[in-house]
Design a protein around this ligand. Sequence first.
Ligand SMILES: [Ca+2]
Length: 346
Amino acid sequence: MIALALLLSCQPQPQPQPEAELQPEPEVPPVEAVAQPPLRVWIDADCSAGVPKRDIDDAVAMIQAFNSGELDVVGISTVFGNAALDDTDRLGREVTTRFGPATLPVHRGAAQAAEHDTPAVAALIAALEREPLTILVLGPATNIAGVLASRPDLAVKMTEVIAVAGRRPGQRFTTGTANAKGHRDFNFEQDAAAFESLLAADVPLTLTPWEISSEVWITDAEIERWAAGPAAARWLAQAVPSWIDLWKERFEVPGFNPFDTLAVGYLTHPQLFTCDTHPVGIERHPNDVTDPAMQGDVTSPDKPYLLVAARLPYTRTATYCHTVDPSFREVLMQRLLVEAADPRKP
Ligand SMILES: [Ca+2]
């Protein structure tokens, strides 16, 4: 500051000019907003839309991503989870072929936990060798763990991994008043070792867990708008009935939480998300299963939990997104109801 003051004091003072010599001020062209280039992302998904009573959210999230100009989806990999791999692979291809970019490749991944020798792992390795990528993990993290197992050096090419998993210590995933039994942390529990390797690799990890998606509801009113919308939304509307019926019957709620769409929304509309970065770790605690139909294995006295909290004793951290602005549902709807950006698509 002192140097600047000295410099100014040494500048010659401007002399007053005769009025006739004054030139009109040149017009300053308006500053145009510079659009960010789209974020290059890889989507790993367990798409089960249309399989009776199985989740539709992967398909919703994929279409949401395809219709988001903020994102450039460069690859899709499929993984077991919401349904068997034969179904998730077939449906991942169908959604991509119908509604994704024309040349977007789909790669078959793991059929079970710890299966790493797959075309999906090879393709993701090749993609990361070419460029850094943001990775959306919408199912079990098995395929990503496969990359890290054979090519740990590629962790630095993972710009950010966004996974649909995690919880606060002691938190139960309950829906409605009829569901005291709660859900399991499905993606995490399908392959806890995969998440262990994600934590060990120290890739930037963001979680859009059950807590945040439980704030967003897709009800009959939204599905009626899908049914009257463009081809992708109509396809979702014909696939969703048995899924929403399951929620109505089982949990006595009028709709369902579109889990995986929060991961995509975190990338496209971060201003709507409230997230905190806290220590993250995997701990074994008593099994919270009370209903095997809802929560899986009842035989083990304990099970692993992916936990995030300020008070946990870990140096490894993750960004945990817990609150989303209520406007997110309409943001999501607009992404599903927009006409396909690719004119080659219906
Ligand atoms: Ca999923």
